[in-house]
Design a binder for this molecule. Structure first.
Ligand SMILES: [Zn+2]
Ligand SMILES: [Zn+2]
Length: 296
């Protein structure tokens, strides 16, 4: 039996562009949100940063990296269900659609499901895991709509990104502007609604993380943030499912939106579709913080 000594669930294939945008200055409004951030805790044994040396990405580095942006010709983020079609999957996709749309302030469309993607046998493990790299290199580019800024697939199948990897929650290719995310490991042992909500929260967390990579945002190493790398479900659950002020500044610059817009949309999303006390409380505080700025 093969052994996989290292568990490396998050991975992204970064493709560097050669053009540079002229860099604008960061909104002082996002800087004001630093008071609500938590400095990144020292990594524990088994955490992502124990296994991976990362140098982070400043706002200035981000602006000059020529990140992908939506354009008039490709204004939409597309999501698609892959594998077994089910009511649960459709419900998850609809929640993710609303969540990503609010978070990134981008219109999100759902493509027709891909129930039987043509994955060759050598890219399916005996335990049923699908090769995520094959999916992003071979399957998703074939289904990529002309009007897509990016396309992300969601599946209940467990994924692996390479032979020496145990499993992966999500994998993205900036070159192809596609990503795939699995919620196979996201249901908790609690019953009913709590298990379902936990699965939705984790799926949205990974969807936001992978979409952040699509927008060229690298792993965050300075603050507790949804752009932190994660080595396990335990680590994922310890992380904030929101961006720190620095990553939010990158998002706002890319989307040319104000942090106020993002904060208001996320407050509405969590209040209406996925009630979460701690995130609602964060976004309320962020809103207050931004309002007080206007009074100064
Ligand atoms: Zn990542
Ligand atoms: Zn961050």
């Amino acid at each position: 039996m093969l052994k996989y000594p290292f568990i490396k669930p998050f991975y992204v294939i970064m493709s560097l562009g050669f053009l540079c945008f002229s860099c604008q200055t960061k909104s002082s409004h996002t800087d004001a949100l630093i008071v609500l951030d938590y400095v990144k805790q020292k990594p524990m044994e088994g955490d992502w940063l124990m296994d991976h040396e990362e140098s982070g990405q400043s706002f200035e580095d981000y602006c000059s990296s020529s990140p992908i942006r939506s354009t008039r010709e490709r204004p939409f983020l597309y999501i698609v269900g892959m594998g077994e079609a089910s009511e649960q999957k459709l419900k998850i996709l609809k929640t993710i659609q609303k969540g990503l749309s609010a978070f990134y302030q981008i219109p999100v469309r759902i493509l027709s499901d891909l129930p039987h993607p043509s994955i060759p046998q050598e890219h399916i493990r005996e335990n049923g895991q699908w090769d995520a790299k094959w999916i992003i290199d071979e399957i998703l580019p074939e289904h990529f709509p002309d009007s897509a800024m990016a396309l992300i697939a969601f599946t209940e199948r467990d994924l692996y990104p390479g032979n020496d990897w145990n499993y992966v929650f999500g994998l993205a290719s900036l070159k192809n502007r596609v990503g795939v995310s699995s919620y196979a490991r996201f249901e908790c042992e609690c019953a009913g609604d709590i298990a379902e909500k936990m699965c939705y929260m984790r799926t949205l967390h990974v969807a936001i993380h992978e979409t952040g990579h699509m927008f060229g945002i690298k792993h965050c190493i300075d603050f507790e943030c949804c752009m932190n790398g994660s080595n396990s479900l335990f680590e994922l659950d310890r992380q904030e499912n929101r961006m720190c002020h620095e990553c939010l500044a990158k998002l706002c610059w890319n989307r040319t939106i104000s942090p106020e817009k993002h904060v208001a949309a996320m407050l509405k999303f969590y209040s209406k579709y996925l009630p979460d006390t701690s995130l609602i409380s964060y976004y309320r505080s962020a809103q207050e913080c931004l309002k007080n700025l206007d009074l100064i």
